[in-house]
Design a protein around this ligand. Structure first.
Ligand code: ASP
Length: 594
């Protein structure tokens, strides 16, 4: 037997007992010949003390131990010398006085000290199996496990079946780029890795499964960010005979179970709900962070006949004038002005107008164009006070909202309005619903589905599918769940009738031939008694990231890729043997130069 206890279990009440522990040498200290070792396993630390006067040979052996050596020690549990107890450690009252030391494995040179804050993430990822020993990461893996287990238990209790769907599936030119897998048995043909099990989960409803879920791996060949990875995990859910309310209630129950199991927090349900128009109009984002104010206020009425041409021009052009008040931000630096102006330009504005309120004066070159009633309106609706800074956007509704939404978020960061680690009461959940069905792509010169092509238009808006001019107004039965300004999930009620699905494909400019070759199976299925159905998918990594108080999903995945999509530990992607390529009938367009 390697051990009788783990390194976090011995207490005062065990004093005098024999115990055997096994683990890693966390730190080793030599105090005048006495060797103190903090022995670590995944549960915690126990102090082991080698005193030369008690066992000279053992102390000598212990002297040669280095951090991360793997050892086994057997001995007696003893009280710590009075005054040296460590109240911060669960085992801080006791120590182990060993009678035996077995070295199970010695370490080489360490890539970095395990208890150091390592900034070089590439180094950490190269030695990920070692990095994962760090207590924070080990804690994250546990939280992830508990979140997955609570999800499964909850969905099981609601009658949901966990069903696996294929990883080798079919390429669909919608959404992100696919990862392709060449077929050896059918040279020239390719599988695609699923971006999500979307069609399978719908087909499972046609199959009469009624309640499906899966903690599913998804693959998207996208540019990476802190909260994106080429492969990631979703809690994928689909059910028959449901309306948005059913999905909302189910998701709320599931999240409540997950938060209870992982953080012992009782989250408030039901969550608030907000339409897409309201979320974007008030917060400049379809995933509003409501933990701070600075809401967007509309001044289109007030400036409709303004002598300030920039504002009036925007309104005459069917646009809007909106503003936010950054409280206490009048001390904005030139560098910050430049940065915020850059953000405004990136998101479509021509510039960024603002007013600083300093020493009782409104400081800005645009103030001279405002009349008294315009100023009074600004003052009262924005609650302007000394020390504030007001930012404006005058543009089309979506541009003005997005620009101010970005400025709002950045100013909140600069002012540190959001406490970094959430406390129990600081979980702000929100449903955003009634998303637009369609999105115009100037690049492709066509309408695309905002969510995906299987999303159902709202009943009262279906007729608008016949009038191109009305496309921007069509709302979808689509919803997102947002937590603290992060979209953690989204879904929709689906189209279950063949004629409506055909109509949707037509609107999206997918020809009848393409429809057959890409979606033939789904279209056939819709004619074989498809029930009304809908679902949702939650970004499991993002959810766990928030549960762990981390800023990056890489911190909650065991073996993530770096931001160039590389697995630095195994050096993947990698070259393959030319024989493998020959078997697949693949020739590289460009042979490697070396
Ligand atoms: N499959 C969708 C996604 O991954 C979610 C859903 O509609 O259920 O975004």
């Amino acid at each position: 037997m390697y051990r009788t206890h783990d390194c976090n279990s011995l207490r005062k009440s065990d004093i005098g007992k024999d115990a055997t522990l096994a683990g890693w040498v966390h730190v080793s200290r030599d105090h005048g010949g006495v060797i103190f070792i903090d022995l670590r396993d995944r549960e915690g630390l126990t102090q082991v003390v080698f005193r030369p006067e008690e066992n000279a040979q053992l102390a000598k052996q212990a002297h040669g131990l280095r951090s991360e050596d793997v050892i086994q020690v057997s001995g007696k549990v003893a009280p710590r010398v009075s005054g040296t107890e460590n109240p911060k450690l669960a085992t801080g009252d006791i120590e182990l006085i060993p009678a035996q030391l077995r070295i199970l494995n010695r370490v080489d040179d360490l890539p970095f000290p395990i208890d150091a804050e390592i900034q070089n993430e590439d180094l950490r990822l190269t030695f990920r199996y070692y990095d994962l020993r760090r207590p924070e990461l080990s804690r994250n893996l546990r939280i992830r496990h508990r979140a997955a287990k609570a999800t499964r238990d909850f969905l099981d209790s609601q009658g949901y079946l966990e069903i696996e769907t294929p990883i080798l599936s079919k390429s669909i030119p919608e959404g992100a780029r696919d990862f392709l897998v060449p077929s050896r048995l059918m040279p020239g043909k390719f599988y695609a890795l699923p971006q999500a099990p979307q069609q399978y989960k719908q087909l499972l409803q046609v199959a009469g499964v009624e309640k499906y879920f899966q903690i599913a791996k998804c693959f998207r060949d996208e540019d990476l960010r802190a909260d994106r990875q080429p492969e990631f995990t979703q809690i994928d859910i689909e059910a028959s005979f449901v309306e948005p309310d059913d999905i909302f209630r189910l998701t709320e129950g599931m999240l409540a179970a997950v938060f209870k199991a992982t953080r012992n927090v009782d989250i408030k349900t039901p969550f608030d709900r907000m339409t897409y128009r309201e979320a974007v109009g008030r917060f400049g984002s379809d995933k509003p962070d409501r933990r701070f104010g600075m809401e967007l206020v509309d001044f289109s009425e007030e400036f409709r006949s303004s002598s300030f041409k920039v504002f009036r021009g925007a309104i005459d052009n069917d646009g809007v004038v909106k503003a936010i008040n950054a409280k206490g931000f009048a001390g904005i630096t030139i560098g910050q002005v430049d940065e915020l102006t850059e953000i405004a330009k990136t998101f479509g504005a021509k510039g960024l107008a603002f007013i600083k309120i300093e020493n009782g004066e409104w400081k800005s070159p645009i103030v001279k164009f405002f009349n008294e009633s315009e100023k009074a309106a600004l003052k009262s609706k924005l609650k302007i006070e000394e020390g504030d800074c007001v930012f404006f956007a005058a543009d089309k509704w979506d541009v003005a909202c997005e620009v101010l939404g970005r400025i709002r978020r950045r100013v909140a960061e600069i002012q540190d309005l959001i406490a970094k680690r959430q406390s129990g009461s600081d979980w702000d959940f929100l449903w955003v619903y009634d998303f637009p069905l369609l999105l115009w792509s100037a690049e492709e010169n066509k309408w695309n589905a905002m969510h995906h092509p299987f999303t159902r238009p709202k009943g009262e808006d279906v007729a608008l599918l016949d009038d191109k001019k009305k496309f921007p107004e069509i709302r979808a039965e689509a919803y997102d769940v947002v937590l603290n300004g992060v979209e953690i999930g989204g879904g929709s009620i689906r189209i279950h009738e063949r004629p409506l699905q055909d109509k949707m494909f037509e609107v999206l400019g997918i020809s009848p031939q393409d429809r057959q070759s890409m979606f033939g199976h789904l279209l056939r299925a819709l004619r074989l008694g498809a029930p009304p159905h809908g679902g949702i998918a939650m970004g499991f990594d993002r959810l766990v990231m928030l549960l762990c108080g981390e800023d990056s999903i890489r911190e909650v995945m065991a073996f993530p890729k770096n931001n160039r999509g590389m697995d630095l530990m195994s050096q993947s992607p990698a070259d393959v043997d030319p024989r493998q390529l020959r078997e697949l009938g693949i020739k590289l367009a460009k042979e490697k130069s070396s």
